[in-house]
Each structure stands twice: as C-alpha cells, then as structure tokens.
Design a protein around this ligand. Structure first.
Ligand code: 5GP
Length: 202
C-alpha cells in the first residue's frame, strides 16, 4: 500500500498572455489531488472572475496589514497591483497531502525558493513575442497602457526562465497540458515521495 506524504509545490510563471491561467485551470481539473493556490490581490476583479475562486480581492489597506502580520509566504507588486500567497492556506493544504499549483510571477517564485527548496518550477513561454502581442490585443479587458506595460514586463520575465526547472512553449494547449501533466506525474514518482509500508518493514 502506498501512502503519500506531504504534497508538493508546483510554481508556474509566465509573461502575461502566454496562456498560463488557462493551462493552470485545466490542469487542476485533469490531474487528481492537485489544487490551485488562491492568491490575495488588490487588483479589481475582471468580468467573470469569482471572489474566493479566482482570487481573494482585498483593499490595499487589508493587503498591507496582512504583510505586517507576516501572512504571506511571498508577495509582489505586479502591473501596479499587489499579489500574495497565504502562508497558512498553502501549508494547511500541503500538510493535508495535496499538491499545490501556484500561478505566481518571477519575483514570488524567487521568494518561494527560499522557503521551499524542493518546489518544482515551471515556466510557460509563448511561441513568439508577436504571438504574445496578438494574444494580449485579443484580451478586451486590458487597456492600451496596460498592454504596453505587460509587453515590457514580458521581456524582463522571459529573461528569468533559467531559474525554472522546466520550460513549456505553449503553442497548442492540449500538447502543453500533456507536458505539464508529465512534470506533475514525474515529480510524484520521486523515491523521496513514496512511503510504502511493506518496503519499510523489510
Ligand atoms: P493577473 O492580474 O493577470 O491575474 O495576474 C498578473 C500576474 O500576477 C501573473 O503573472 C500572476 O502569475 C501573478 N500573480 C498572481 N497571483 C500571485 C501571487 O500570489 N504572488 C505573485 N508573486 N504573483 C502573483
């Protein structure tokens, strides 16, 4: 009988428009026992976003008091808004044996690396900068200024890809999902993750 111990942390970063949110939403439905980490943010909800499901939407004052209390395992300012991961929620779910998927930016990924040395880092790339621009233009919810800011930031973020263990070029979503699933499954097969009673009793 195999008993899984604590869950693993999967960090997924990408420049805005690489298709990371869609990939993350689909993979948690496709693979069992993995949960999305729901971040806190000061950003306004976009059309269709559900509080408590997509994000916990909070005021800047609330966010700053959470920082003061040390509630975040990591937090960062992205595109002018604050985003953070709750330490308590993350640790509770990992302790309960769930693998956790964190859709966070490169600044957050670096902070997590200090707290959890064995997290798995996955970077999602767009097929090209031209395609990234097209994808951002198709997003009606972003203003022109916001789009330009995201393009500039994308360049800086892409330069950080070497900090990650795996890189997935997101051209065809189905193929990218299979690659992401493969990374999760491989991680679960690590000898350090399996505790089999009968082996321990030899
Ligand atoms: P969006 O506003 O498009 O939902 O997210 C913008 C960026 O913020 C994305 O790159 C996303 O990964 C990042 N992000 C979302 N939640 C967090 C978080 O809790 N911490 C950090 N550091 N980045 C986050």
């Amino acid at each position: 009988m195999e008993k899984r111990s604590k869950g693993s942390i999967f960090i997924v970063s990408a420049p805005s428009g690489a298709g990371k949110t869609t990939l993350c939403k689909k993979i948690v439905r496709m693979v069992d026992n993995i949960r999305p980490s729901i971040s806190f943010t000061t950003r306004q909800p976009r059309a269709g976003e559900i509080p408590g499901e997509d994000y916990y939407f909070v005021s800047e004052d609330e966010f700053r008091s959470m920082i003061g209390r040390g509630d975040f395992i990591e937090w960062a300012q992205v595109h002018g808004n604050l985003y953070g991961t709750s330490r308590r929620k993350l640790e509770e779910l990992i302790d309960a044996g769930y693998d956790m998927l964190l859709d966070i930016d490169t600044q957050g990924a670096r902070q997590i690396r200090q707290a959890f040395s064995n997290a798995v880092y996955i970077f999602i790339l767009p097929p090209s900068m031209t395609e990234l621009k097209h994808r951002l233009e198709r997003r009606m919810s972003n203003s022109v200024e916001d789009m330009n800011r995201r393009m500039l930031r994308a360049v800086d973020e892409i330069k950080e890809y070497k900090m990650y263990d795996y890189v997935i070029v997101n051209d065809m979503i189905e193929a990218s999902l299979k690659k992401l699933e493969a990374v999760i499954i491989a991680e679960r097969l690590r000898s350090s993750k399996i505790s089999s009673q009968w082996i321990e009793n030899i």
